[in-house]
Structures are given as structure tokens and as C-alpha cells.
Design a protein around this ligand. Structure first.
Ligand code: AKB
Length: 356
């Protein structure tokens, strides 16, 4: 397939490009930024803005994709700072992508929604087909994007499909999300030996390691249409508490100091999200299953962050004790799904060119 990725220079796109190439797809990339130096050979990089209809249409005309993976978005924390820019990128950008697909004959659009599309007060784990009443601009635009895509599917036969991502964790710096506290436990834990998280120690949201998230996108795009009864799917992997993640990092970085100082604005955002998602519908319709849990992700991610930062791993020995300030007590009900029969991880691109 020829795939056009919008927002290709961001946290997801940076790692998605090499995966698509390795699975035999041709890739075109649309992003506000010029092509990063580390862009793999053969990628058609198009600089453009999803809030400008003509630039989206030009990118689709130039690349003639079979499928558009629409990743361009402003995430929750930045979205609350600049809500109308978030509306333009997430809402207008999605409308232009759908409209370009309709007018120019692209058969499929893969949409990336989020746990932030749900609102407070839902029973955990939150099911696939529940009432969605988000409290952030990011969440509002993602619910609207889901519905708009379903409208294009019903009215014009567009093959619209999408996943609701948990907070995503990877070696690429994230860009303006509220779940970013998890990523920075790893980045600053390695680089600085310390990190002050902006959430409470008991904060619990659904999380996913990037290789699972990328596999979900590609598997969903490749799934036979006749098997799909839904268009939007919850996907889930793990829901550790913030202090459990800190403890997993601390067991591998002797002396690291991870502390918690909640910022009321960002705490309110994560408190409005589900603590766990029910992904049975995705499992039944296209065979979705997470492969990475907290422990295995922490080993893999720390190795990547150390390699990128030029920091040597500590000598092997008995597991390090958490440093003072790091609470390691597991919470009742906190879950990290076992990584039963997980295959060996494939290498992921380095974090060059990641957007904030
Ligand atoms: C964010 O924090 O806004 C995103 C998300 C959970 O969709 N990472």
C-alpha cells in the first residue's frame, strides 16, 4: 500500500515510518516541519499545514495514497493552552483529510483517537461503546473526528477506521500531552537522575508502549473490512500507577529520585480520563492483543534512552532499591497485563527530529 502519514514528524510518526517500510509499504509524509535528517530513504516528505485545505489536497494529489494515517493533532495539555489552535488542527485538519480522501479517491483513512475522548464518571474498564463526554478541547475534537469519519463512511463509503490510544510511551520525545509525565520518568531519570512528576503518585491511566501502538495501527489498516463491525476501537495494554512506574525505573537506575508534585490543571485532565480500557471488541474483530507490559517496556526503553543519551547502564547486580522520594508500593487493582508469548522487539528508529 502507499500510505500518507499526516503529522509524520511527531512521536508516533517518527517510529511508524520505519515500521511501514519494513512491512513493504510505500510512505509519504506530511508535516509542518521539513524532513528530519534521519528520514529513511525512499520516504516522500511533503511540508504542509493540515489547517490549510489546499495544502492537504496538494499532499494527497502528490502522493496518491491508498490510505491516509491521520496523526496530526494538538494534544491535551497544549490544547488547553491554545484551544482554538487545537480546534483548527484537530477539527479542520481532520475535515480536510476526510474531504481530500473523498474528492481525490483515497480509499481508507486511519484515525488516531484517544482515552481523552472519554469523560469522567465512567465505570472502569471503560467499554468500546459508551457515552463520550470529554472535558478538554483535545477530547472534544477527537470525539467529533470519530463521528465525522463515521459520517464519511456512511454517506460516501470511505473506509474509515481508528484506534483510541492510551498514553503512549517511547524513546521519542512526546509533544504536549498530559500523559508525558511517564516518558519523562525515563528520559530525565537517565539524563538527570531525577524527575518531579506533575501528577499525584496514585495517578492511574491506560498506557501503551509504542511498538504495540504502531502494530495496532498497521494491523487495523490491514484487517479485512468484512470482519469489522465497528469503526473505532479501544486498545489497551497496561494501567500502572505513577508510583509503580517510578519504582520500575528506580529498580534499574540506582539512586534515581522521582518525586510527585501535582499541578492542579494537568492533574484535573488525567483525573477526567478512564483508568483502564476494555479492548475486547478490538480483540474479537481484528485480533488485537498487547505484547508489552511495564517491566519488559522499562528494560527496553531504558536501553534505548541510555543509548541515545550516551549514558552507560549500571553494572549488573541485585535489583536496586528505590531512592528516597520514590514510592514503590503497588496499588490495589493496578494492572500490567503479562506479556505472554511476546516476540523479540524489533529495533525502533532513534529519536532524531522528534517534535515537542
Ligand atoms: C495526551 O496526553 O494528551 C495524549 C493522549 C492520552 O492522547 N498522550
Amino acid at each position: 500500500m502507499k500510505i500518507l502519514i499526516t503529522g509524520a514528524g511527531g512521536q508516533v510518526g517518527t517510529d511508524l515510518i520505519p515500521l511501514l517500510l519494513s512491512r513493504g509499504h510505500q510512505v509519504a509524509a506530511l508535516d509542518l516541519a521539513p524532513a528530519p535528517a534521519a528520514t529513511p530513504a525512499g520516504v516522500q516528505w511533503i511540508q504542509g499545514d493540515v489547517t490549510r485545505q489546499e495544502e492537504v489536497f496538494d499532499a494527497v494529489k502528490a502522493s496518491k495514497p491508498d490510505s491516509i494515517f491521520h496523526l496530526a493533532a494538538i494534544l491535551s495539555a497544549t490544547g488547553e493552552r491554545i484551544p482554538f489552535r487545537a480546534y483548527a488542527v484537530n477539527m479542520e485538519g481532520t475535515r480536510y483529510v476526510l474531504e481530500a480522501a473523498r474528492v481525490l479517491g483515497t480509499k481508507q483513512v486511519i484515525f488516531t483517537s484517544t482515552i481523552a475522548a472519554f469523560g469522567p464518571g465512567l465505570e472502569n474498564p471503560v467499554g468500546n461503546d459508551v457515552s463520550m463526554r470529554p472535558t478538554t478541547m483535545y477530547g472534544v475534537t477527537k470525539v467529533a473526528g470519530e463521528l465525522l469519519g463515521e459520517y464519511y463512511a456512511t454517506k460516501w463509503g470511505l473506509d474509515f477506521r481508528g484506534v483510541r490510544f492510551p498514553g503512549l510511551i517511547s524513546a521519542v520525545e512526546p509533544g504536549g500531552g498530559t500523559s508525558d509525565y511517564v516518558n519523562y520518568m525515563y528520559f530525565d531519570g537517565v539524563r538527570k537522575g531525577a524527575y518531579e512528576a506533575f501528577v499525584r503518585a496514585d495517578t492511574t491511566i491506560p498506557l501503551m508502549y509504542m511498538p504495540d501502538a504502531l502494530r495496532a495501527l498497521v494491523d487495523l489498516a490491514e484487517a479485512p473490512a468484512k470482519k469489522l463491525k465497528h469503526r473505532m476501537f479501544n486498545i489497551a495494554a497496561m494501567s500502572p500507577r505513577a508510583d509503580e512506574i517510578a519504582a520500575a525505573v528506580a529498580r534499574r537506575i540506582p539512586g534515581v529520585k522521582i518525586t510527585f508534585k501535582p499541578d492542579p490543571r494537568r492533574q484535573a485532565i488525567v483525573d477526567s480520563w478512564p483508568q483502564a480500557l476494555d479492548d475486547k471488541v478490538a480483540a474479537a474483530e481484528w485480533g488485537w492483543k498487547a505484547e508489552w507490559d511495564l517491566e519488559r517496556m522499562t528494560d527496553d526503553l531504558l536501553a534505548k534512552v541510555r543509548a541515545m543519551s550516551g549514558v552507560a547502564a549500571p553494572p549488573a547486580g541485585p535489583a536496586a532499591k528505590p531512592a528516597a522520594g520514590t514510592t514503590a508500593k503497588p496499588a490495589a487493582g493496578a494492572t500490567a497485563k503479562p506479556a505472554a508469548k511476546a516476540p523479540a522487539p524489533k529495533p525502533v528508529a532513534a529519536a532524531k527530529g522528534a517534535k515537542k
